[in-house]
Design a protein around this ligand. Structure first.
Ligand code: PEP
Length: 253
């Protein structure tokens, strides 16, 4: 039985002051739930230090939204794994569709970052998902298979056990359009099969596959009821403590 894992991705939202208010409220609302569900928030880099202090002992883990594929040095504007670990970061989102779309991140770079994160002791959340155009052209399975193989290339079975996959159909991110539970389950089942074929059943049975794309308090329960959906990567609905805590509670209730 896999434990549900819900992650909030705040993207480029919240100043440090706003982030402190949000996470302080969230921690109170989800107190005592950590036996039933794993929860993480991925705030902007500039807020990680302050948020880390608030999260200590709370049962809510800290994640980052990206990391460099380099250890250190002359890479202006980049953030290293060591810098994240130093601030108490546990998870890191890698290959979010916005990174792929706006910053040209390829499957090759994403697998490099995933291996780098794992080597440093961070737990990657690797995102894959098709665009609307790809889905409508009947290419969803091909795109998911290509991104799965490319983004997780070189990972060992041991690495995979430390890695979360987030299936995020690009057409459902921030659009208010959610994949129906059946549509999402179809892709999650494909991902589970790819996991079995690549890493074996024992590993595949343990890997958390999150769904992401306009998950809200009122649709979380039916999505989480599907056998291969093990949690959610949540954008917009994680920016408000009331809504995000309701989404978390509805996922388990
Ligand atoms: C995301 O960016 O990972 C996401 C799923 O966003 P939203 O929940 O706003 O669709």
């Amino acid at each position: 039985m896999r434990k549900l894992f819900i992650t909030g991705n705040w993207k480029m939202n919240k100043t440090a002051t706003e982030a402190v208010q949000l996470v302080s409220a969230l921690v109170k609302k989800v107190e005592g739930l950590s036996d039933k569900i794993d929860i993480a928030v991925c705030p902007p880099f500039t807020t990680l230090d302050r948020i880390s202090t608030i999260l200590k002992g709370s049962g809510v883990s800290l994640g980052a939204q990206n990391l460099s594929d380099k250890a250190s040095g002359a890479y202006t504007g980049e953030i290293s794994a060591a810098m994240l670990l130093d601030l108490g970061v546990k998870y890191v989102i890698i290959g979010h569709s916005e990174r792929r779309q706006y910053y040209g991140e390829t499957d090759e770079l994403i697998s490099k970052k995933a291996k780098f994160a794992l080597g440093a002791g961070l737990l990657p959340i690797v995102c894959i998902g098709e665009t609307l155009q790809e889905r409508e052209a009947g290419k969803m399975s091909n795109v998911i298979t290509t991104q799965f193989k490319g983004s997780l290339a070189g990972l060992t079975a041991e690495d995979m056990l430390k890695t979360t996959i987030a299936y995020e159909p690009v057409w459902a991110i921030g659009t208010g359009k959610t994949a129906s539970p059946d549509q999402a389950q179809e892709v999650h089942a494909l991902i589970r099969k790819l996991l079995v074929d690549t890493f074996g059943k024992a590993v595949a049975d343990k890997v958390i596959v999150q769904y992401g794309g306009s998950v809200k308090a009122d649709n979380a329960k039916e999505l989480m009821a599907k056998p291969d959906i093990d949690g959610a990567l949540v954008g917009g609905a994680s920016l408000d403590a009331e809504g995000f805590s309701a989404l978390i509670k509805n996922s388990i209730g």
